[in-house]
Write a protein of this length. Sequence first.
Lengths: 111, 115
Amino acid sequence: GDSVTQMEGPVTLSEEAFLTINCTYTATGYPSLFWYVQYPGEGLQLLLKATKADDKGSNKGFEATYRKETTSFHLEKGSVQVSDSAVYFCALSKTGNQFYFGTGTSLTVIP
Amino acid sequence: DAGVTQSPTHLIKTRGQQVTLRCSPKSGHDTVSWYQQALGQGPQFIFQYYEEEERQRGNFPDRFSGHQFPNYSSELNVNALLLGDSALYLCASSLDPGLGFRGTFFGQGTRLTVV
């Protein structure tokens, strides 16, 4: 079945460090791929998405490229801030009816 | 626009009891989905409602049931609560995905603790 595997955390970085969170997926057909962010005590917020192969999603300095050949959608940011501390979820959906989420990666950025 | 609103925000129940969680979708959205997020895990799809009917269901027992009202709001009911039902329950709303992906928005969730 469809599934998402993402890098386990927790991840701790110093401010201005480079961030990569790995995500790979398994799916039939042509899913759309997403990164969601969850701040403490809150629900999920869409960070970025890509709907077809080679698309790059970007938002707030975060980027991820839909790589069909490697079935990956790795999240990157060139310079993290303390305010980026949160849990990040990679997800896929084929129709928008159902999302499959990874287990989440906790990021802590220290000043 | 208030976005997706869920109530209550927190709830404590005893094993064996029943619970009802509520969700109001984002204005203009007609489709509501429910997810269970256990501590330290990603959200798991429970079911989706569209036009007041359950359209799709994940791998959850019949103790989990739902309802959608004519104004598109929705309820999630869980009967015979187990300790393992303790989780954050997330509601997500969207415009009928059959019309093409137009964005799914999540509420803040209801934290259910079963003791």
